[in-house]
Design a protein around this ligand. Structure first.
Ligand code: NAP
Ligand code: G4F
Length: 343
């Protein structure tokens, strides 16, 4: 058996994509869990490497769900992973206000289902497994200090963050109580051309490109004063992997340490296309959240010192990368539209 075998939950998401690329380049045998989809092939995994038996690409996709503990056990015993990356989540903060119970089930109980399955697997087989938990800066919520680090108290401000806090402490508990190698990566916002279209960065870069090409007239947004510490997803998955390379399991903050507002993001994205966003952006109260975090800005000194990790992509480079990708996608859409297709 290859001694580098990883299992990724949430492989169809943004981070699942970049982590798969990294692990494959590091020679891993890769297993991923994807949810059953009504449509076939599921559009979010159809393009993933190895899904069609690409020669030399060692990826096995399993249909499963964090809410199905029996299925998780079956997948783990089939995959025999040496590392597990738990990326699966209902990851949209605003959606968590509308679906708090579902969010808690997937994010909190789903993580516990996985940890329990891993504990039994390790105890039953004697095989050690290293575990990464996708924790979030949202756990700091109403932080009284900025920037935040690994010692900053957790003060979650929304159902998603509360569920992530539960998963965070279970991850610590399984490390301390059961001697499992478990790490929390407390990651700040990270984005890419693979970001879901309903997160603010991608919503803006996609709209700017479509407005430029005449495919869209307006962009409806919520709080333009919100600030985030935005980095590039490709950089952040490397930190996940590095955490599981250490001698001892620990928790790490991963961030750029710089924040920008949604307004600055609009300036940057629309500016690249010689557009003035004030002409197109409209306010929609439906996108305003009942609560927002105070100021999420991360101090990644520990990751820098212990993991040797640092971000390589600046905010301006990230926005450019996303606008360019969305412009290409919009050009494809325009071609299809002109040929009479509905996109
Ligand atoms: P994402 O694009 O929303 O991906 C989430 C993944 O979870 C998708 O593959 C989704 O599958 C899967 N999933 C959802 N519910 C599931 C369930 N019940 N069982 C199995 N799989 C399920 O999120 P991301 O941006 O890649 O983030 C990865 C992880 O990091 C998430 O846990 C997120 O909360 C956390 N995080 C993200 C950031 C960030 O800025 N991106 C920052 C901090 C923490 P479908 O394709 O079927 O929907
Ligand atoms: O892009 P967002 O939806 O990301 P948010 O809420 O920060 O959450 C993301 O990052 C977290 C890490 O800190 C992850 F844990 C989480 O899974 C997710 O990946 O919103 C960013 C900001 C918010 O303050 C929001 O109020 O943008 C503001 N915003 C303004 N108008 C909007 C909009 N956000 C969205 N999604 N859509 C809007 O129209």
């Amino acid at each position: 058996m290859n001694d580098k075998t990883a299992l990724i939950t949430g492989i169809s998401g943004q981070d699942g994509f970049y982590l798969s690329e990294l692990l494959l380049s590091e020679g891993y045998r890769l297993h991923g869990i994807r949810r059953r989809s009504g449509s076939f092939p599921s559009s979010r995994v159809e393009h993933r490497p190895g899904n069609h038996g690409t020669p030399g690409v060692d990826v096995h996709l399993h249909v499963g769900d964090l809410l199905d503990p029996i299925g998780l056990r079956r997948i783990i015993s089939e995959a025999q992973p040496t590392e597990v990356y738990n990326l699966a989540a209902q990851s949209h903060v605003h959606a968590s206000f509308e679906d708090p119970i579902y969010t808690a089930q997937v994010v909190a109980m789903g993580t516990l289902n996985l940890l329990e399955a891993l504990r039994d697997y390790r105890d039953g087989t004697g095989r050690e497994v290293r575990f990464y938990q996708a924790s979030s800066s949202e756990m700091f919520g109403k932080a009284r200090e900025a920037p935040q680090n690994e010692r900053t108290p957790l003060r979650p401000r929304n159902p998603y963050a509360c569920a992530k806090v539960h998963a965070f402490w279970q991850t610590v508990t399984y490390r301390e109580a059961y001697n499992l190698f478990t790490c929390n990566g407390i990651l700040y916002n990270h984005e890419s051309p693979r970001r879901g279209e309903n997160y603010v960065t991608r919503k803006i870069t996609r709209a700017a490109a479509r407005i430029k090409l005449g495919l869209q007239e307006h962009l409806y947004l919520g709080n333009l004063d919100a600030r985030r510490d935005w980095g590039f997803a490709g950089d952040y998955v490397r930190a996940m992997w590095l955490m599981l390379r250490q001698d001892e399991p620990e928790d790490y903050v991963v961030a750029t340490g710089q924040t920008h507002s949604v307004r600055e993001l609009l300036d940057e994205a629309f500016g690249l296309l010689d557009l003035d966003w004030h002409d197109y952006v409209r306010s929609d109260p439906r996108y305003i959240r009942p609560t927002e975090p105070t100021l999420l800005c991360g101090d990644a000194s520990k990751a820098r010192t212990q993991l040797g990790w640092r971000p390589t992509v600046t905010f301006a480079e990230l926005v450019r990368m996303m606008v360019e990708a969305d412009l290409q996608a919009a050009e494809r859409d325009r071609t299809l539209t002109e040929a009479g297709y509905t996109v």
